[in-house]
Design a protein around this ligand. Structure first.
Ligand code: HEC
Ligand code: HEC
Length: 396
C-alpha cells in the first residue's frame, strides 16, 4: 500500500476513533507509525511522544509566517513540499531578505538523521534544530531572538492554537513555551517519510517493472568501485549519517569533497568552513555532512552552498575528483585540498554512463511524498498565517 494512503488514513481514522469518553489520555490520541516491512519508524527522543494532535499542530506551525520577525517567513518559505522540502535557491533567504550562508536541505526522512544541518555535529534532534531557524542570528532566518514572550503570547491568543496546544499537550495544560513549540514541530517533521520512489518499489517492493533499464544500469554504476558513490551515500537513506555508538558525535559522516581550495592554501570560503567551525581543527576544514540522495532530482541546486546547479555537473565534479575554480576570490584546485576524502579518486565516464547514473538518481523521486496532502499547507488562503508569506518561485 502506498504511504500516502496509509498516512492520510491514519490521521483521519485516528481523529475519528479518538473521541475518548473519559479523561484525555495520550495513548488514546496515539499516533501509529505505518511503515513498510523493510523500514523501522524513526527514533523519537525520550522527552516527547508522537500524537495525532502534535503532528497536526506542528504542521500548522511549520506553515505559519507569524512565527517570524517581519511576518513573512515560515519554515515553508525555505522548505517547500513539491521540492521535497527545499527551496530551489542556492542560499536560503530569511526575514528582511537577509541571505544566509547555506543551501536549505530537503526534509524527506529527516527524523532518521542523527546529525542535522550541513556541518553541526551537535544538532542531534529535530526539536533542538528548530531553535536555529526561529531564534538563530548567524544567519538570521525567522529572526525571533529575544522575542520569545511575544511569540508565545501570539500563539496563546490565537483561537486555533489555544485549542491545539491544549489537545497536543494536555499533560502540560496546553502551555505554549519552547518545549511544546519545538516538540510539535519535531512531531510533524518526523512524519515526513519518503519510501515510495520507483527505486523503492523495485528494490524493496519486488516490482521488477518499476525501474527503467537506464536506471538499473545507473544503479550498478552507483554501487561500483569505479564511481565509489555508495561508500558515503550508503544504505536505505543513501548517507553515512547514521546512528552509531559514537553518536551524537557522528563525525564519520563528514567529508571534504574537494569543492574549494582557496589559492591552494587549503582554505574554504570564510562562511563555509564545515565541521571545523565546531571543532576548530584544521583537518576538519571543508568537511560537510553527507546528504541523503532521496528525491535529489527535485532538490537542486546542490551542495552546502548551492554552488552546483545540476546533477550532471555534480557527476562532473566527482569525475574530476574535485572542482577547479579558475579565477575570483575562490580560485583554486579543490582536487588538491589536503582534507579531500581518499574516496574521491576521479573517473572517466562515458556519455551513456552519465545518462544512466542520472536516470538512477531520478528514480529516487517519490511523487507521493511530494503531493501527500498530510504534509500540505493547512491554512485557508486568506489566513494571516500565509497571507504575506514570501515564497520561492514555483517549480517550472
Ligand atoms: C530562511 C530559510 C529557512 C527557514 C525559514 C527555515 N529553514 Fe530549515 N534550514 C535552512 C537552511 C539553510 C538549513 C541548513 C542550515 C545549516 O546547515 O547550517 C536548514 C536546515 C534545516 C533542518 C536540518 C535538515 C537536515 O537534514 O539536516 C531542519 C530539520 C530544518 N531546517 C527545519 C526547519 C524548521 C522546522 C523551520 C521552521 C521553524 C525551518 N527549518 C525554517 C533554511 C531555512
Ligand atoms: C567521500 C564521500 C562521498 C562520496 C564518495 C560521494 N559523495 Fe556525494 N556527497 C558527499 C558529501 C559530503 C556531500 C556534501 C558536500 C558539500 O556540500 O560540501 C555530497 C553531495 C552530493 C550531492 C548533492 C546533494 C545535495 O542535496 O546537495 C549529490 C547529488 C551527490 N553527492 C552524489 C554523489 C554521486 C553520484 C557520487 C558518486 C559519483 C558521490 N556523491 C560520491 C559525500 C560523498
Amino acid at each position: 500500500m502506498q504511504l500516502r494512503h496509509v498516512l492520510a488514513g491514519t490521521l483521519a481514522g485516528l481523529t475519528a476513533a479518538a473521541a475518548p469518553a473519559a479523561a484525555v489520555d495520550l495513548d488514546e490520541l496515539g499516533f501509529r507509525w505505518q511503515m513498510p516491512a523493510w523500514l523501522a519508524a524513526p527514533p523519537v527522543p525520550d522527552d516527547t511522544e508522537m500524537s495525532v494532535a502534535r503532528v497536526e499542530l506542528g504542521r500548522h506551525l511549520f506553515y505559519d509566517a507569524r512565527l517570524s520577525a517581519d511576518g513573512t517567513v515560515a519554515c515553508v518559505s525555505c522548505h517547500v513540499q513539491e521540492r521535497a522540502f527545499t527551496d530551489g535557491r542556492a542560499l536560503a533567504v530569511g526575514v528582511f531578505d537577509i541571505e544566509g550562508t547555506r543551501n536549505a536541505p530537503g526534509l524527506a526522512n529527516v527524523g532518521y538523521n542523527p546529525a542535522l544541518t550541513w556541518a553541526n555535529p551537535h544538532a542531534g534532534t529535530l526539536e533542538f534544530q528548530s531553535l536555529f531557524p526561529l531564534f538563530g542570528t548567524e544567519p538570521v532566518e525567522m529572526g525571533m531572538a529575544g522575542r520569545e514572550a511575544e511569540l508565545f503570547a501570539l500563539l496563546e491568543e490565537d483561537p486555533y492554537y489555544a485549542e491545539a496546544f491544549a489537545n497536543a499537550f494536555p499533560e502540560r495544560g496546553g502551555t505554549v513555551d519552547l518545549f511544546t513549540l519545538t516538540r510539535a514541530l519535531g512531531a510533524f517533521q518526523r512524519t515526513l517519510i519518503s519510501v515510495d520512489s520507483p527505486y523503492d518499489r523495485f528494490k524493496y517492493g519486488g516490482d521488477e517493472t518499476a525501474l527503467s533499464d537506464a536506471a538499473r544500469r545507473g544503479e550498478q554504476l552507483f554501487f561500483d568501485h569505479r564511481f565509489e558513490c555508495y561508500h558515503c551515500h550508503l544504505g536505505v537513506m543513501f548517507t553515512d549519517n547514521l546512528q552509531t555508538a559514537r553518536s551524537p558525535f557522528v563525525e564519520t559522516a563528514f567529508h571534504n569533497t574537494g569543492l574549494y581550495n582557496l589559492g591552494g592554501t587549503g582554505s574554504y570560503p570564510p562562511t563555509a568552513q564545515g565541521l571545523a567551525e565546531f571543532t576548530g581543527r584544521v583537518r576538519d576544514v571543508g568537511r560537510f555532512r553527507t546528504p541523503s540522495l532521496r528525491n535529489v532530482a527535485v532538490t537542486a541546486p546542490y551542495m552546502h552552498d548551492g554552488s552546483i546547479a545540476t546533477l550532471r555537473e555534480v557527476i562532473a565534479h566527482y569525475a574530476a575528483g574535485g572542482r577547479t575554480i579558475e579565477d575570483g576570490p575562490y580560485a583554486g584546485v579543490g582536487a588538491d585540498h589536503p582534507n579531500k576524502s581518499a574516496l574521491l579518486i576521479g573517473f572517466d565516464p562515458t556519455e551513456a554512463e552519465i545518462a544512466d547514473l542520472i536516470a538512477f538518481l531520478e528514480s529516487l523521486t517519490d511523487e507521493s511524498f511530494l503531493t501527500n496532502p498530510a504534509y500540505a499547507d493547512p491554512w485557508p488562503a486568506d489566513h494571516p498565517a500565509r497571507a504575506s508569506r514570501a515564497m520561492p518561485e514555483a517549480m517550472n
